[in-house]
Structures are given as structure tokens and as C-alpha cells.
Design a protein around this ligand. Structure first.
Ligand SMILES: *Cc1c(COP(=O)(O)O)cnc(C)c1O
Length: 379
């Protein structure tokens, strides 16, 4: 991969993009221009194809970071009289609860430990307890810890009980398999700057067409009105309000590379290899992963911080950064951790190199006790 000399981002968005994707931004586009609007239309078709949505699903792109699209999906799809069940095992699930709160959509939290997946049985039991629930909002890969939830099982429960399903697939879309046959959903949210390897700046919601049609007039917000954005785009081919033109052009280039690479299975294979290479290398240095391998998604890995008193995340980050790799802080409430992303235009070479950079940083900082304190307690 041709990456240039910039530091490699091992963060789950923004992430490292290819030179080709960056080069696609070296041109200005007019928002009225037919060639630009054809790019938007072709992207929407390709994004629906990734989940094999056929003619039953449509894609509505939206300006902003991923959270803007999550907020749009909740505010459009859940009626004001609806009630949302949110299985909560991390920061992004908690964010959905917060959104429901802001928008005045009634929500029920289903608490799940941060290192355990949400399962079909848990959701089934919660739905049985409260028949007023109209929708389940499920995060697929909880990026907070890097945990994989049982989306397919939960989707089957929702379909059987005729409850709507809204999926935050932000960090899994295009890498982990999602097919509307096995995972029937009402709405699914993802964004340009994650596993599609575009630059950040636009999200999108893939909706069942009949669900979107029923959304007319539901939105709490003008700027986030998905139905209006879709209707306007159908009528004029244009975005409502200024489109993130360079982001769209970069995403077109990124999706072309995604298709050329072999689509979702190829992306999953590369990320899985990245994840395996990283975890093996870090284990050899003494690090321990926070999650058990069975629930670890190959997207981002949470490592326990070293027990050594000389460890300080900021200094560690700076020492690894000086060697060209950007790590990510932990996002857990109980234990001290840091995270390393496996996604982006990177491969096994970058993962081997970051392990070397970490080894050198440990030596620099005089960190000898790499295993976490929890290991010593258990011993
Ligand atoms: C990245 C991400 C989001 C959106 O975050 P933004 O900072 O708004 O782009 C939402 N959910 C999950 C699971 C994510 O990984």
C-alpha cells in the first residue's frame, strides 16, 4: 500500500486512507453539477448493494460525522410515541440512550457488562417484559471495547416479534457480513470514514423503503430530516444544503478500491489478519487483551495498560507517535486500557511495525512490568 510519510492512524476513524483516496480530493465540485450528483447516486446504489438490499432498501446520505446520522435515524424512524430498547455494553450504546433523551424518544436501557455481548435471549426477555417497546437500537460492533454483539440473532428476534430494528453498524459496515436476508433491519447507520476507508464528513442511513416512506413528518430536526433529504434528492438529484463534495469524491474512490479488493469478504480477511498479527505481537511483549477472543471483533483491540508505575498513557502515546504510529486512548469506565485500531488502508506490515514501535517505546520509558495489574491479582 502506498501511504506516504504521514503517521499511521491506528484509530477507528479518522483512519489511514490510501493515496488514491486522498488524491480524489484534489478537485472542486459544484453541488449542481450533474457529474457530481451522479457520483452521489452511484455511491448510494453501491452502499445498498453491500447489504444486498436490492429494491427494498434505499440509502440516504447525510452531512456530518456518524453521530449525526445515528441521531437522524432515531429521530426519523422512531415515532414520537415509540419506545426504544437499547442494549448497553459500551460508550456508543450509551450515546444512543443520550440521543433518545435529547429527542424526547422514550428509551429503556438493557444493561450488559462491557466485556459481554448483547444476545438474542437477553433482547427477547426484555421485549417480553415490556410489550410497549416498538424498536430495538443495537450497536453491531461496540467500538468502545471492540466487542462484537450478536446482531443476526437479535435481528431474528425483532423480526419474529415485529419490533423495528435500528442498527448502528458504524464500525462494522463493509467489514463484517450484514445481509438483509439474515439481518432484516428497518434502518442501518454507517459513515464514510470507517471500514469503507474514506475520509470523515458524511454518514448514511440505509432504510427499508416502506419504513422511510412512513417517516414523513416524523423528524424532530430540519437538517436531519432523512425523508426530506431523500425526497429532495429523488426530485433534483442534489443534496439538500451544501454537500461535503470532497468527502463524497473521496468515498467514491474508496468504494472503487473496496470493490476492487474483493468487497466485504476481502476486507474482513485483511482486518482479521491485522488483528491477529497485532494481538500475537503485543502478547509476545507481555500485553493482555481486555476481551476474550470469542467476542473480539477484528476492528479495534483494547489492551490493558501495563502495571508498571512508569506507565503513563500520554508519554507512551508520544513515544509511539514519535515512531510514526498513532494509538487511541481507552474508553472503559472501570479499568485502565488503551486501544489499537486494525482498520484503514493498512496491512500486516503496519501491524508488525507498530508492535516494534511499542517495544521501543517501552524500553524508552523504562516500562518492565508490561502485564496488567489484573493478571498479577489473578496469579
Ligand atoms: C465511530 C462510531 C460512531 C460515530 O462517531 P462519530 O464520532 O460521530 O463519527 C457511532 N457508533 C459507533 C459504534 C462508532 O464506532
Amino acid at each position: 500500500m502506498i501511504l506516504g510519510n504521514d503517521p499511521i492512524l491506528l484509530t477507528p476513524g479518522p483512519l489511514t486512507t490510501s493515496l488514491q483516496t486522498k488524491q480524489a480530493m484534489l478537485r472542486d465540485w459544484g453541488s449542481w453539477d450533474a457529474a457530481f450528483n451522479r457520483i452521489t447516486a452511484s455511491l448510494c446504489r453501491d452502499l445498498v448493494d453491500i447489504v444486498r438490499g436490492g429494491d427494498d432498501y434505499v440509502c440516504v446520505p447525510l452531512q456530518g460525522s456518524g453521530t449525526f446520522s445515528v441521531e437522524a435515524a432515531i429521530g426519523n424512524v422512531v415515532p414520537r410515541t415509540g419506545k426504544v430498547l437499547v442494549p448497553n455494553n459500551g460508550a456508543y450504546c450509551a450515546r444512543i440512550l443520550k440521543i433518545c433523551n435529547y429527542l424526547g424518544r422514550s428509551a429503556v436501557e438493557l444493561p450488559v457488562p462491557e466485556d459481554q455481548p448483547a444476545t438474542a435471549a437477553m433482547v427477547e426477555a426484555a421485549l417480553a417484559r415490556d410489550p410497549a417497546i416498538t424498536h430495538v437500537a443495537q450497536v453491531h460492533c461496540e467500538t468502545g471495547a471492540g466487542l462484537l454483539n450478536d446482531l443476526a440473532g437479535i435481528a431474528q428476534v425483532c423480526a419474529r416479534r415485529k419490533v423495528g430494528l435500528i442498527v448502528d453498524a458504524m464500525s462494522s459496515f463493509a467489514a463484517l457480513p450484514i445481509d438483509v436476508q439474515g439481518v432484516p433491519f428497518d434502518a442501518l447507520i454507517a459513515a464514510s470514514g470507517k471500514c469503507l476507508e474514506g475520509v470523515p464528513g458524511m454518514g448514511f442511513v440505509i432504510l427499508r423503503k416502506t419504513v422511510l416512506e412512513a417517516c414523513a413528518g416524523n423528524s424532530h430536526s430540519l437538517a436531519l430530516d432523512l425523508h426530506d433529504q431523500y425526497a429532495y434528492m429523488q426530485k433534483t438529484t442534489q443534496w439538500r444544503y451544501t454537500p461535503p463534495t470532497h468527502v463524497v469524491a473521496a468515498l467514491r474512490a474508496a468504494v472503487d478500491q473496496f470493490i476492487e479488493e474483493g468487497g466485504q469478504p476481502a476486507r474482513l480477511a485483511r482486518y482479521s489478519d491485522n488483528c491477529r498479527t497485532l494481538v500475537e505481537g503485543m502478547r509476545a511483549l507481555g500485553f493482555r487483551t481486555y476481551l476474550k477472543p470469542e467476542v473480539q471483533a477484528p476492528i479495534i483491540v483494547t489492551f490493558h495498560a501495563p502495571a508498571d508505575a512508569a506507565y503513563d498513557f500520554k508519554a507512551f502515546y508520544a513515544a509511539v507517535r514519535a515512531r510514526g504510529y498513532i494509538l487511541y486512548p481507552g474508553k472503559l469506565t472501570q479499568v485502565e486500557t488503551f486501544r489499537v485500531g486494525c482498520i484503514g488502508a493498512i496491512d500486516g506490515n503496519e501491524m508488525r511495525n507498530v508492535v516494534s514501535a511499542v517495544a521501543a517505546a517501552l524500553a524508552d520509558l523504562g516500562i518492565r512490568q508490561v502485564a496488567p495489574a489484573v493478571d498479577r491479582k489473578a496469579a
